[in-house]
Write a new protein. Structure first.
Length: 164
């Protein structure tokens, strides 16, 4: 009987040892992950050099640039089964006054680029948030191609957006 009790005691002791080892490993992994996250997040808050610190502290850097308003327009969008329309209006934020003057001077080209790009979109592409964000990015890229490289367009804001 003494021989039968020894393996059972070893099994119980071995199971609790494994549990302690696994627990210690989990605690070490969590501590390492926490330390890594702390150092990663703290390194992003600090500016890399003196120039970057000035940009963070400069309140004018976060001020919006000159805005150009593109009035409401309606354009047919692609759909296999129905006739679909997009009614939209937007504001274009320029990097500076020189860019704003260039956008105004090229307003027909800007509006043409917007209408052609939007007119090649489908209803499915424009109905959700991801599609709208993708359209904004494509418009920003396309309009910056039209302008000489002097800062360009910073942002595009949809002020009206209805898909029917």
């Amino acid at each position: 009987m003494a021989e039968n009790e020894t393996p059972e005691e070893e099994k119980k002791g071995g199971g609790s040892k494994k549990l302690i080892i696994i627990g210690a490993i989990v605690v070490l992994l969590l501590a390492g992950a926490g330390a890594g996250a702390y150092f990663f997040l703290m390194s992003e808050d600090k500016p890399k050099d003196g120039a970057a610190e000035e940009e963070v502290m400069d309140p004018l850097a976060s001020m919006p640039g000159p805005m150009i308003t593109i009035d409401t327009f309606i354009v047919n969008i692609l759909d296999e089964n129905n006739t679909r329309y997009l009614k939209a209006a937007m504001s274009i934020e320029c990097a500076n006054d020189v860019v704003a003057q260039q956008v105004e001077a090229r307003r027909p080209q800007v509006q043409d680029a917007i209408l052609l790009l939007v007119g090649n979109k489908t209803y499915d592409e424009l109905r959700d948030l991801q599609g709208k964000l993708q359209l904004r990015a494509e418009l920003l890229h396309r309009l910056n191609q039209l302008l000489p490289k002097e800062g360009g367009i910073k942002h595009i804001y949809f002020t009206d957006f209805v898909v029917q």
